[in-house]
Design a protein around this ligand. Structure first.
Ligand SMILES: [Zn+2]
Length: 211
């Protein structure tokens, strides 16, 4: 079987497994556990509805986990089926034609099976870069980043985390004018990628910046 899991789907499966385990730890009411199991089953079915039968059978094992050890066991078995984040240095450079002397992180030294989007701080340009691949198309944005004093909701993963304000400058309607667009996102890109179990917020974030 070929790899078929996006990194965020892998994290999604983990979150569903843990949700079911937690229900069994925190409740003795079989109806409650049954209800949670129903929700988990539906969510997994919906997420993988377009997958082949054998692929679905693999991920649906998460519907029957009883403890954390079983969740980990299934995750270990699923790991070879994750599609790693792929982009060459050249491709990334091309996403930012106006940026000179851009230093792209070396993907060989990164855990690319955990990454839905690649992000890094470039000390040369004092900018934060974000690169992702959506439906076969590569996206790249960069902007300033100012860490916030307090935790807040990240507009990419939706979790309450240490965040900062990511601001992108865009040309205004009048020639020579600029406007800034942005939002609060996780300061720690690795943690944010771990939190990602769905893509709607990431897509919204990118769409808003490209408008
Ligand atoms: Zn985040």
């Amino acid at each position: 079987m070929e790899p078929f899991l996006e990194p965020y789907q892998y994290h999604f499966l983990k979150s569903q497994g843990l949700k079911l385990v937690n229900a069994q730890i925190s409740s003795t009411d079989t109806n409650v556990i049954k209800a949670v199991r129903g929700i988990v089953e539906d969510s997994i079915l919906y997420q993988f509805q377009h997958c082949a039968k054998e692929e679905r059978q693999l991920v649906e094992r998460m519907n029957a986990v009883k403890d954390e050890r079983e969740v980990e066991q299934i995750l270990t078995e699923l790991h070879p089926f994750i599609i790693p984040f792929q982009a060459t240095e050249e491709q990334i450079q091309k996403l930012f034609p106006k940026v000179k002397k851009l230093k792209v992180p070396d993907l060989d030294f990164m855990n690319t099976k955990q990454i839905t989007y690649l992000t890094w701080w470039d000390p040369g340009t004092h900018k934060k870069f974000i690169v992702t691949v959506r439906e076969g198309k590569q996206w790249g944005v960069y902007g300033t980043f100012q860490k916030a004093a307090q935790k807040g909701i990240c507009s990419i993963c939706g979790r309450h985390e240490k965040t900062g304000l990511f601001l992108v400058e865009r040309k205004g309607k009048e020639i020579g004018t600029y406007k800034k667009k942005g939002n609060y996102i996780c300061s720690d890109g690795e943690a944010c990628n771990q939190n990602l179990t769905r893509l709607d917020k990431l897509d919204e974030f990118l769409a808003r910046l490209s408008r």
